[in-house]
Design a protein around this ligand. Structure first.
Ligand code: GCO
Ligand code: CA
Length: 252
């Protein structure tokens, strides 16, 4: 068993039927974890499970809406009926690009409940059994925007900043129970969420010039940080954020 071996551990990854969430699930599964994918759309979820199983990985589906308290309670209970949850990845999130002056309260609420409240709801549903079992790992998908703002991304930035501080709040209360709660902060990655940005030559060029590595990230490049934070290698790491951003946050 290497430090990074996740064999025998079971991971629930929210928002994992595509994009970064699916890549995080694939990385954990490749290191031995049994992964439970989550999303709202059962068909998309089944397709993702089929894909991972075709790669010889141990995957299952748990379709529930992470923004609805009752759905989270029922969904997590169903996952726990089939076995423990050793690792929770709060990855679900949406992006709505709009200026603050044009922002409606509805869009604000939609972003905050998908990106921030969801992590509270799922963590509160999962933590008690982790505490009872003597420990666990909670990983939240943050963003560059947990640190920096960008025009037209107000609600997303506020939600990802809040999520960073929720990581620290959970650390404050649950570290004594041997839970390690940390965050991964992606820089600019080519995913469904950023397709319009990648296709915008000017913006894409700006990302490449603003990123010391000189390129966009590929979602599979986030798996390593997730495996580290999900494994015994990070048992004394708590309340920390690993930014996977090609160096963007390190430079002006
Ligand atoms: C944007 C992007 C970013 C990325 C990512 C950066 O509009 O600037 O959507 O928010 O999605 O979050 O870390
Ligand atoms: Ca396994």
């Amino acid at each position: 068993m290497t430090l990074f071996d996740l064999t025998g551990r079971r991971a629930l990854i929210t928002g994992s039927s595509s994009g970064i969430g699916l890549e995080l699930a694939r990385g954990l599964a490749r290191h031995g974890a049994d992964v439970v994918l989550n999303g709202r759309n059962a068909d998309k979820l089944e397709a993702a499970v089929t894909t991972l199983r075709a790669e010889g990985l141990n995957a299952a589906a748990a379709a529930f809406d992470v923004t609805e308290a009752a759905a989270v309670q029922a969904g997590v209970a169903a996952v726990l009926d089939a076995g423990p949850i050793d690792i929770l990845v709060n990855n679900a999130g949406i992006q709505r690009r709009v200026s603050l002056l044009d922002l409606t309260l509805e869009v604000w609420d939609e972003v905050l409940k998908n990106n921030l409240t969801s992590a509270l709801l799922v963590s509160k549903a999962v933590a008690p059994q982790m505490i009872a079992r003597g420990g666990g790992k909670i990983i939240c998908t943050l963003s560059l925007m947990s640190e920096l703002g960008r025009r037209t991304t107000g609600p997303y930035t506020a939600s990802k900043g809040g999520l960073k501080m929720l990581v620290k709040a959970m650390c404050a209360e649950w570290a004594e129970h041997n839970l390690q709660i940390n965050g991964i902060g992606p820089g600019y990655f080519e995913t469904e969420m950023t397709v319009p940005l990648v296709q915008d030559e000017q913006f894409s060029g700006w990302v490449r010039s603003r990123t010391p590595a000189g390129r966009w990230g590929q979602p599979a490049e986030l798996a390593g940080a997730a495996v580290f934070l999900a494994s015994s290698a990070s048992d004394f790491v708590n309340g920390q954020i690993i930014y996977v951003d090609g160096g963007m946050l390190a430079v002006l």
